[in-house]
Design a protein around this ligand. Structure first.
Ligand code: PGA
Length: 271
């Protein structure tokens, strides 16, 4: 896992947007996995700005969102479909047919989850998956204890998640108890993963994800098995990483590594 530590959430969000932009410029028909929550908001604002001011073109980009509450229509203000429209899709030139957010109204949710997996496969697979992380180390709605090989499915939310979400609804009885979420196994099939984390409340989850054992108790820890993960954390979220100094050292030396290797090769070849 490549660990990049930035001063604040703002730099984390902007760097996330820059990485997504580089991918779109290299591959205009990028298959992009997206996340909701407060963490990616700065990234989405920056992508909107790059589209409006710099003409960043989303017309061929295909998106797949991680999750959605079961039972909420896309027009519900707390639905993730609504969140994505408000914060990204309504402000860029994406083709609506290329947007995939799991449907909270699927009549046959289990069959629907299989068809969501099929849609990802048919698109050629996710090139770049954006992720936030929960305080308990979850990714998507893969609550602690989720199988690390799990696929898109209906997940029962923990009592804590339901209680945390109650503030967004009129009362707790209105909070959805279930969600459709890509599984940990679905997520780790993405070719590249971009995990963003900011704030002190994420410090323990980040440390467990990067330096703890791979465990279903911290579903993000499955990312240790993936060959191409970039974690961008702000100082607060990185504060409990024991190898912080080494991760910084790697970044400081990164720009030199190609030069050093090519010099060594030239020397060996006597050039
Ligand atoms: P947050 O949520 O970005 O709102 O902190 C992240 C998550 O729970 O996955």
């Amino acid at each position: 896992m490549e660990v990049i530590i930035e001063p604040t959430a703002k730099e984390v969000g902007i760097m996330g947007a820059n990485i997504i932009t580089e991918h779109i410029l290299r591959k205009p028909a990028l298959v992009l996995g997206l996340a909701t929550g407060s963490t990616p908001l700065i990234t989405y604002n920056e992508l909107v700005r790059k589209h409006q001011d710099g003409g960043l073109d989303f017309s061929k980009v295909v998106t797949f969102n991680l999750d959605e509450y079961l039972g909420l229509p896309p027009t519900h203000p707390q639905s993730y479909a609504h969140f994505m429209n408000e914060n990204l899709f309504d402000h860029i030139n994406i083709d609506r047919q290329n947007i995939h957010v799991p449907s909270g109204l699927a009549l046959d949710p289990h069959g629907y989850c299989e068809s969501y997996e099929e849609d990802i496969k048919r698109s050629g697979g996710i090139d770049l998956q954006l992720l936030g992380i929960g305080r308990d180390g979850h990714i998507g709605f893969n609550e602690p204890g989720s199988s690390l090989g799990s696929r898109t499915r209906v997940k029962t939310l923990t009592r804590e998640t339901v209680q945390d979400n109650a503030t967004f609804f009129r009362n707790e009885s209105e909070v959805p108890r279930f969600a459709i979420t890509m599984g940990a196994g679905t997520i780790t099939q993405a070719r590249r993963i971009l995990l963003l984390a900011s704030g002190a409340s994420k410090a323990e989850a980040v440390a467990a994800t990067v330096e703890g054992p791979v465990s279903a108790s911290v579903t993000a820890s499955v990312l240790q098995l993936h060959p191409d993960v970039i974690l961008i954390a702000d100082e607060e979220a990185a504060s409990k990483l024991e190898r912080r100094a080494y991760y910084r050292w790697i970044q400081e030396n990164k720009s030199q590594v190609n030069g050093v290797i090519s010099r060594q090769i030239r020397e060996r070849l006597g050039m």
